[in-house]
Design a protein around this ligand. Structure first.
Ligand code: SIN
Length: 568
């Protein structure tokens, strides 16, 4: 394989500027993150290793898992098979999935979900008592299990936290930001520095000496100005791993969810998601003329894979000069023969039926829409694509191992290879679940001895937190849904300039912003080098998929205080 351009070398901090640790503790395993991936890893490791510490940047429930609406995909329905789930995952991944990893995901997925049920997760059931399964984009079967209608993540998080609370042997430290890994003489894990916003013994920066670290710290959504991700998603785990010598793979494959509620041009930060499951239940997209533009775009129309729908919305927005499109969900729950097309009048009885359906099936989204003055029973919902999910991350093998001895990664922070260039809907909770179980199968048998940290020769650096908005603007305008060479060159030179600014305040904002900048730099470079359109990576100047030159992966690596990319 060859690349048209040569990978640039970028100077970014080799480690974060931070005070010397004021306290030290030890553990066998530190799990960083408290969503489905982190808590599953901790619960599964329990009884196999002695001292497990779970650290989380905010409170236990603050991560992305809590926000997941649609559900968790697994071949659990009558007639469905892992092979069909595998096929849908591979198609969505646009030729960039690791087939073996996908096979692991889909074959171990059903048992993993059953285990979640046994743990106490209350999934929704049909009136006949069967697990209620719905459909989302790219799936050819109803295979998405959901809970509380559209509150699947919140229910899973509740059940996992309840289980953790019953496990006093797992220590949890909240409000703890992972600053950097401590490395032993062999380059493997010796521990981790943390900043704890606590009172008492563990307050400020401290060091945890440990034998293994499991990163489960989620994604990087805050790289962009508008995202469905919570405020904690600042790419910390990926940046920590990169600075420790881990390989980051597929960073350019950032998924933009097609239907995020449009709140106006100045809206910033976490935006309300309108689950794909709403389209799964019959909603459809229309433009300002009421035209159903997804029909004829793809055999699955409004339920085409996410990248196809996001691109179609963007194209229509550009063609019509409008800042968003519309989702018509005013006919949900009506029998097909009674369902009304956009703009048709709906009678009182039908409206009451639609309202009941919304209340039962999508209570969270309904409440959110109404909070913003939109009643989806009678109004169209304004939607536009926004950053949703990082398909890339810390490159791992089939057992969650990174290339750094003692460092594992699972969930959105990881790149296990299951998502390729475009994650299939509702495969993310499943990935965290399945690969955390796998980590817990191998980690106890390969625990390293506790090692002393070697002298840290990495070049420290820190950029000011005040740069965050500028960085997000650069990434959104030039490395967003639609990319081209000019914008990407611009982005990388603007990011280089930002990297040249030094912070004079050392605080959480500057640590997070430095992490965002580190990841943005590698992401923008990978997007510039990938001169083709594939999955969620959309180049207007290279509109076709190019299997001859680019059917590999860009791996970001850091050495001697600089990052670069390798095409593998
Ligand atoms: C959604 O509910 O549309 C999001 C689900 C997912 O990201 O997999």
């Amino acid at each position: 394989m060859s690349s048209a351009s040569t990978a640039p070398v970028r100077r970014v901090p080799g480690r974060l500027v931070a005070p010397e640790p004021g306290w030290t503790t030890t553990a066998d395993v530190v799990v960083v993150g408290s969503g489905i991936a982190g808590l599953t890893a901790a619960l599964r490791l329990r009884g196999q290793v002695e001292k497990i510490l779970v650290v989380t940047k905010d409170v236990l429930a603050a991560g992305s898992t809590q926000w997941a609406q649609g559900g968790i995909a697994a071949a659990l329905g009558p007639g469905d098979t892992p092979a069909e789930h595998e096929e849908d995952t591979l198609v969505a991944g646009a030729g960039a999935c690791d087939r073996e990893a996908v096979r692991v995901l889909v074959t171990e997925g059903p048992d993993a979900v059953r285990e979640l049920i046994a743990l106490g997760t209350n999934f929704d059931h049909d009136p006949d008592g069967e697990l209620s399964l719905t459909r989302e984009g790219g799936h050819h079967r109803d295979r998405i299990a959901h809970a509380g209608g559209d509150a699947t993540g919140a229910e899973i998080q509740r059940a996992l936290i309840a289980a953790i609370e019953q496990a006093p042997e797992i220590e949890v430290v909240q409000h703890a930001l992972a600053v950097d890994l401590l490395l032993a003489g062999d380059g493997g894990v010796a521990g981790l520095t943390l900043h704890v916003m606590g009172e008492g013994q563990r307050d400020g920066v401290g060091a945890v000496r440990c034998r293994a670290v499991v990163l489960a710290s989620g994604g990087l959504g805050q790289v962009f100005s508008q995202t469905t991700n919570p405020v904690v998603s600042t790419g910390d785990g990926m940046a920590v791993a990169l600075r420790a010598g881990a390989v980051l793979r597929d960073l350019e494959f950032v998924q933009f969810h097609p239907t995020v509620m449009y709140l106006g041009p100045d809206s910033h930060g976490q935006q309300p998601l309108i689950s794909e499951a709403v389209r799964g239940e019959g909603a459809f997209l229309v433009d300002f003329e009421g035209h159903r533009f997804m029909q004829g775009e793809h055999e699955l129309a409004d339920l085409a894979p996410r990248d196809v729908v996001a691109k179609a919305i963007m194209r229509r927005m550009i063609e019509t000069g409008q800042p968003h499109m519309w989702l018509d969900a005013r006919q949900l729950g009506l029998p097909a023969s009674e369902a009304r097309r956009a703009g048709d009048r709906v009678g009182g009885e039908e409206r009451a039926a639609v309202s009941r359906f919304w209340e039962r099936r999508f209570p969270t989204i309904l409440a959110t829409c109404r909070r913003y003055g939109i009643d989806p029973v009678t109004d169209l919902i304004p939607v536009a694509p926004a950053c949703h999910y990082a398909s890339g991350g810390v490159r791992t093998d089939l057992w969650g191992r990174s290339n750094v001895p003692g460092l594992y990664a699972t969930g959105e922070v990881a790149c296990s290879g299951v998502h390729g260039a475009n994650r299939l809907a509702s495969n993310s909770l499943l990935e965290g679940l399945v690969f955390s179980r796998r980590i817990a199968q191998v980690l106890p048998g390969e625990l390293r001895a506790l090692q002393p940290p070697a002298p840290d020769t990495r070049t420290p650096g820190l950029v000011p937190g005040t740069l965050r908005r500028d960085l997000q603007e650069v990434m959104t305008s030039r490395v967003g849904v639609l990319r081209n060479a000019e914008g990407l060159v611009d982005a990388t030179s603007l990011l280089d300039k930002l990297a040249g600014t030094s912070a004079d305040v050392v605080d959480q904002d500057s640590w997070e912003t430095t992490n965002l900048l580190t990841i943005s730099t590698a992401l923008a470079d990978a997007a510039a080098l990938r001169e083709e359109t594939r999955g969620s990576h959309w180049r207007e100047d290279f509109p076709e998929r190019d299997d001859l030159h680019f059917a590999g992966h860009f791996d970001a690596v850091m050495a001697d205080g600089a990052t670069t990319l390798e095409l593998r």
